[in-house]
Write a protein that binds this ligand. Structure first.
Ligand code: PRP
Length: 211
Protein backbone atom coordinates (compact mmCIF):
# COMPACT_ATOMS: atom_id res chain seq x y z
CA UNK A 1 0.00 0.00 0.00
CA UNK A 2 1.37 3.43 -0.85
CA UNK A 3 1.42 6.37 1.53
CA UNK A 4 -1.54 8.71 1.46
CA UNK A 5 -0.12 12.21 1.87
CA UNK A 6 -1.88 15.10 3.62
CA UNK A 7 -0.94 18.78 3.35
CA UNK A 8 -2.22 20.93 6.21
CA UNK A 9 -2.20 24.72 6.24
CA UNK A 10 0.05 25.83 9.11
CA UNK A 11 -1.51 27.46 12.17
CA UNK A 12 -4.88 27.31 13.88
CA UNK A 13 -6.52 25.19 11.18
CA UNK A 14 -3.81 22.55 11.48
CA UNK A 15 -4.35 22.06 15.22
CA UNK A 16 -8.10 21.77 14.78
CA UNK A 17 -7.55 19.31 11.93
CA UNK A 18 -5.22 17.15 14.03
CA UNK A 19 -7.87 17.05 16.79
CA UNK A 20 -10.46 15.96 14.27
CA UNK A 21 -8.19 13.30 12.74
CA UNK A 22 -7.51 11.92 16.22
CA UNK A 23 -11.25 11.38 16.65
CA UNK A 24 -11.24 9.03 13.67
CA UNK A 25 -8.14 7.17 14.88
CA UNK A 26 -5.51 8.98 12.83
CA UNK A 27 -2.84 9.95 15.36
CA UNK A 28 0.13 12.12 14.41
CA UNK A 29 1.63 12.63 17.91
CA UNK A 30 4.97 14.15 16.83
CA UNK A 31 3.17 16.78 14.79
CA UNK A 32 1.56 18.42 17.80
CA UNK A 33 4.96 19.45 19.17
CA UNK A 34 5.07 23.19 18.48
CA UNK A 35 8.87 23.32 18.80
CA UNK A 36 9.77 20.70 16.22
CA UNK A 37 11.48 21.81 13.01
CA UNK A 38 10.67 18.53 11.30
CA UNK A 39 8.63 19.03 8.16
CA UNK A 40 6.99 15.68 7.47
CA UNK A 41 5.45 13.08 9.77
CA UNK A 42 4.49 9.48 9.17
CA UNK A 43 2.02 7.06 10.70
CA UNK A 44 3.48 3.73 9.59
CA UNK A 45 0.50 1.66 10.71
CA UNK A 46 -1.97 3.64 8.62
CA UNK A 47 0.47 4.40 5.78
CA UNK A 48 -0.30 8.09 6.13
CA UNK A 49 2.18 10.97 5.74
CA UNK A 50 1.45 14.52 6.73
CA UNK A 51 3.17 17.88 6.36
CA UNK A 52 2.49 21.48 7.25
CA UNK A 53 2.93 24.20 4.67
CA UNK A 54 2.07 27.82 4.13
CA UNK A 55 -1.68 27.95 3.45
CA UNK A 56 -1.30 29.34 -0.06
CA UNK A 57 0.97 26.41 -1.01
CA UNK A 58 -1.53 23.70 0.01
CA UNK A 59 -3.58 23.88 -3.25
CA UNK A 60 -0.32 23.71 -5.25
CA UNK A 61 0.83 20.49 -3.53
CA UNK A 62 -2.62 18.99 -4.05
CA UNK A 63 -3.00 19.99 -7.71
CA UNK A 64 0.36 18.40 -8.59
CA UNK A 65 -0.40 15.27 -6.56
CA UNK A 66 2.51 15.81 -4.14
CA UNK A 67 -0.26 15.66 -1.54
CA UNK A 68 -3.37 13.53 -2.08
CA UNK A 69 -5.44 15.49 0.42
CA UNK A 70 -5.24 19.07 1.69
CA UNK A 71 -6.89 20.99 4.50
CA UNK A 72 -7.06 24.70 3.84
CA UNK A 73 -9.36 27.74 4.09
CA UNK A 74 -11.91 28.50 1.39
CA UNK A 75 -10.21 31.92 1.00
CA UNK A 76 -7.00 30.24 -0.17
CA UNK A 77 -8.89 27.84 -2.45
CA UNK A 78 -10.64 30.75 -4.17
CA UNK A 79 -7.50 32.87 -4.41
CA UNK A 80 -5.26 30.12 -5.80
CA UNK A 81 -7.80 28.80 -8.33
CA UNK A 82 -6.06 25.41 -8.64
CA UNK A 83 -7.49 22.32 -10.29
CA UNK A 84 -8.67 20.09 -7.43
CA UNK A 85 -11.81 18.68 -5.87
CA UNK A 86 -13.24 20.48 -2.85
CA UNK A 87 -14.99 17.64 -1.04
CA UNK A 88 -15.91 18.68 2.50
CA UNK A 89 -16.64 21.67 4.70
CA UNK A 90 -15.07 20.99 8.11
CA UNK A 91 -17.23 23.65 9.74
CA UNK A 92 -14.44 25.35 11.69
CA UNK A 93 -12.42 28.46 10.89
CA UNK A 94 -15.67 30.21 10.05
CA UNK A 95 -15.32 33.83 8.91
CA UNK A 96 -16.17 35.91 5.84
CA UNK A 97 -14.48 37.69 2.97
CA UNK A 98 -15.60 41.31 2.98
CA UNK A 99 -15.10 44.69 1.42
CA UNK A 100 -14.19 46.98 4.34
CA UNK A 101 -13.33 50.61 4.78
CA UNK A 102 -14.37 53.77 6.58
CA UNK A 103 -18.09 54.61 6.44
CA UNK A 104 -17.17 57.48 4.09
CA UNK A 105 -16.08 54.97 1.42
CA UNK A 106 -19.59 53.53 1.08
CA UNK A 107 -20.52 56.09 -1.56
CA UNK A 108 -17.60 55.06 -3.80
CA UNK A 109 -19.06 51.56 -3.90
CA UNK A 110 -22.59 52.78 -4.57
CA UNK A 111 -21.50 55.11 -7.38
CA UNK A 112 -19.15 52.64 -9.08
CA UNK A 113 -16.19 54.97 -8.78
CA UNK A 114 -12.66 54.10 -9.87
CA UNK A 115 -11.16 53.31 -6.48
CA UNK A 116 -8.11 51.51 -5.14
CA UNK A 117 -8.63 48.21 -3.35
CA UNK A 118 -5.85 46.77 -1.18
CA UNK A 119 -5.86 43.05 -0.42
CA UNK A 120 -3.91 39.90 0.34
CA UNK A 121 -6.42 38.32 -2.06
CA UNK A 122 -6.04 40.16 -5.40
CA UNK A 123 -7.80 37.44 -7.41
CA UNK A 124 -10.84 37.34 -5.13
CA UNK A 125 -10.96 41.16 -5.13
CA UNK A 126 -10.63 41.34 -8.94
CA UNK A 127 -13.29 38.71 -9.49
CA UNK A 128 -15.73 40.41 -7.13
CA UNK A 129 -15.34 43.94 -8.49
CA UNK A 130 -14.97 43.10 -12.18
CA UNK A 131 -17.37 40.19 -12.60
CA UNK A 132 -19.97 40.56 -9.85
CA UNK A 133 -20.15 44.33 -9.42
CA UNK A 134 -18.95 45.40 -12.86
CA UNK A 135 -16.91 48.13 -11.20
CA UNK A 136 -13.47 49.00 -12.55
CA UNK A 137 -10.97 49.23 -9.69
CA UNK A 138 -7.22 49.23 -9.15
CA UNK A 139 -6.10 46.28 -7.04
CA UNK A 140 -3.05 46.70 -4.80
CA UNK A 141 -1.54 43.48 -3.44
CA UNK A 142 -0.43 43.52 0.20
CA UNK A 143 0.92 40.73 2.40
CA UNK A 144 -0.53 41.55 5.83
CA UNK A 145 -2.06 44.16 8.15
CA UNK A 146 -4.23 45.22 5.23
CA UNK A 147 -6.39 47.38 7.52
CA UNK A 148 -3.62 49.98 7.42
CA UNK A 149 -4.20 50.75 3.75
CA UNK A 150 -7.35 52.93 4.00
CA UNK A 151 -6.04 54.58 7.18
CA UNK A 152 -2.86 55.85 5.59
CA UNK A 153 -4.42 56.57 2.19
CA UNK A 154 -3.02 53.71 0.13
CA UNK A 155 -6.53 52.65 -0.89
CA UNK A 156 -10.15 53.60 -0.39
CA UNK A 157 -11.24 50.10 0.68
CA UNK A 158 -9.79 46.65 1.41
CA UNK A 159 -10.90 43.11 0.68
CA UNK A 160 -10.05 40.99 3.71
CA UNK A 161 -11.15 38.29 6.12
CA UNK A 162 -13.39 39.34 8.99
CA UNK A 163 -13.73 36.94 11.89
CA UNK A 164 -14.74 38.71 15.10
CA UNK A 165 -14.62 42.22 13.59
CA UNK A 166 -12.23 43.37 16.33
CA UNK A 167 -9.44 44.43 13.97
CA UNK A 168 -11.86 46.58 11.96
CA UNK A 169 -13.44 48.12 15.04
CA UNK A 170 -10.13 49.00 16.65
CA UNK A 171 -9.11 50.78 13.47
CA UNK A 172 -12.31 52.69 12.78
CA UNK A 173 -13.31 50.57 9.78
CA UNK A 174 -16.52 48.75 8.88
CA UNK A 175 -17.78 45.89 6.76
CA UNK A 176 -19.24 47.63 3.71
CA UNK A 177 -20.13 44.55 1.62
CA UNK A 178 -19.93 40.81 2.24
CA UNK A 179 -18.36 38.77 -0.55
CA UNK A 180 -18.71 35.19 0.74
CA UNK A 181 -18.62 32.95 3.82
CA UNK A 182 -15.40 31.03 4.52
CA UNK A 183 -14.34 27.97 6.54
CA UNK A 184 -11.84 25.12 6.49
CA UNK A 185 -12.29 22.69 3.59
CA UNK A 186 -10.86 19.35 2.52
CA UNK A 187 -9.48 19.28 -1.00
CA UNK A 188 -8.42 16.20 -2.95
CA UNK A 189 -6.13 15.68 -5.95
CA UNK A 190 -8.18 14.75 -9.01
CA UNK A 191 -6.18 11.63 -9.87
CA UNK A 192 -5.94 10.44 -6.23
CA UNK A 193 -9.70 10.67 -6.01
CA UNK A 194 -9.93 7.96 -8.67
CA UNK A 195 -6.86 5.85 -7.81
CA UNK A 196 -7.36 5.86 -4.02
CA UNK A 197 -11.12 6.15 -4.05
CA UNK A 198 -11.71 3.51 -1.41
CA UNK A 199 -9.23 4.79 1.19
CA UNK A 200 -10.15 8.43 0.66
CA UNK A 201 -13.85 7.57 0.71
CA UNK A 202 -13.43 5.75 4.05
CA UNK A 203 -11.57 8.67 5.58
CA UNK A 204 -14.15 11.18 4.40
CA UNK A 205 -17.01 8.97 5.60
CA UNK A 206 -15.44 8.68 9.07
CA UNK A 207 -14.85 12.45 9.21
CA UNK A 208 -18.44 13.18 8.24
CA UNK A 209 -19.60 11.24 11.31
CA UNK A 210 -17.52 13.28 13.76
CA UNK A 211 -18.10 16.82 12.47
C1 PRP B 1 -6.71 38.26 9.69
C2 PRP B 1 -7.43 39.19 8.73
C3 PRP B 1 -7.81 40.35 9.61
C4 PRP B 1 -8.08 39.68 10.95
C5 PRP B 1 -9.58 39.52 11.13
O1 PRP B 1 -5.40 38.67 9.80
O2 PRP B 1 -6.58 39.56 7.66
O3 PRP B 1 -6.76 41.28 9.71
O4 PRP B 1 -7.46 38.40 10.91
O5 PRP B 1 -9.90 38.99 12.40
P1 PRP B 1 -10.94 39.72 13.38
O6 PRP B 1 -12.15 40.10 12.59
O7 PRP B 1 -11.25 38.64 14.41
O8 PRP B 1 -10.24 40.90 13.99
P2 PRP B 1 -4.21 37.79 10.35
O9 PRP B 1 -4.37 37.57 11.81
O10 PRP B 1 -4.10 36.55 9.53
O11 PRP B 1 -2.94 38.75 10.15
P3 PRP B 1 -2.37 39.58 8.88
O12 PRP B 1 -3.45 40.47 8.34
O13 PRP B 1 -1.23 40.38 9.42
O14 PRP B 1 -1.95 38.56 7.85
Amino acid sequence: MRYLTFALAKGRLAYKTLELLEKIGVNMEEMKDKNTRKLIFTNEDLKIRMFLSKASDVPTYVEYGAADIGVVGKDTILEEGRKLYEVMDLGFGKCSMCVCGPESAREYLEHQQLIRVASKYPNIAKDYFNHKKHQTVEIIKLHGSVELAPIVGLSEVIVDIVETGTTLKENGLKVLEEICPLSARIVVNQVSMKMENERIGQLLGALKKVI
